[in-house]
Design a protein around this ligand. Sequence first.
Ligand SMILES: [Zn+2]
Length: 345
Amino acid sequence: MKAAFFSRHGGPEVMTYGDLPAPEVKPGEVLVQIKAAAMNRVDKWVRDGWPGLKLDLPHIPGSDGAGVVMETADELGGFRSGDRVVINTNLGCGACEFCVAGQDNLCRDWRLIGETIRGTNAEFFAVPARQLVHLPEGFSFENAAAAALVFQTAWHSLIARGQLRAGETVLIVGAGGGVNTAAIQIARLAGCTVYVVGSDERKLALAESLGAAVLIDRSKEDWGRKVYQLTNKRGVDVVVDNVGAATLMTSLRSARKGGRILTVGNTSGPKFEMDNRYMFGKHLSLIGSTMSTRAEFATVMGLVFAGKLKPVIDSTFPLKDIRAAHEHMERGEVTGKIVLTVNSD
Ligand SMILES: [Zn+2]
């Protein structure tokens, strides 16, 4: 099959488009012919490599994908050949105490598809049937792939962990990324007033179009001070901070007493120094999570299929142009998702 892969770690130049053997379909798995995949920052981190990362090379990246069922054993899990599906990248073992309790994102042997195991940037992908959700008629593979990882991540963080309530104020730090464009819409749908801190006018205009009510341009003003002023020195109920090192301390300052700070990632780096007086003095909760449960994935994708939540697509590349797609991601001007098209007729 055709696939995008790398045989050694490095920059975008290590990405190759070529032939690899199609995956073996194990019991319980369904073979999916991929039609669209979407890129995530993890694609770059895995390609760059990190100390201790052990991969079977060549490695095929890709956490998001949607396509058509090719082969199943006995209509596994209600899936039949020809069904249109989207893949849930959050892969639990299915057997540990957490998976059995339906908390598969807490799995003892948790995997992200495309990270430590081969991913979706290929013509075919074999996946346990429980990872699939049917696509409704007319819903595009591109939009499904673009939505899958980021909407489940933002949903679990804001709704399950963050317990957003109607009427609350929610500050989202960063405007253009896939998870934040999802978070703005989810907070709005939950009945919250959304504040967004962005780095330029283009990203803030996008945030506004997605439902943000208050826009703060951090290239022009001190955003921590601005939040303080705008909330009459109270602070916001909830801060969504997936930027990390560069912003977390200001996020702690921007939350009201008793506020929550939600985080699912750290695009500016993983480590930050914290003034603990803010944590206890303001009764703050710092709440982390990653991905979602399977039940939440089905719920949030249902809202995406219904048009209540919309993935933002930055650009589309054919899979054969994988190197150009990685170069585009590296340039950092991306708003929303980069989609790769595969097997497009
Ligand atoms: Zn498990």
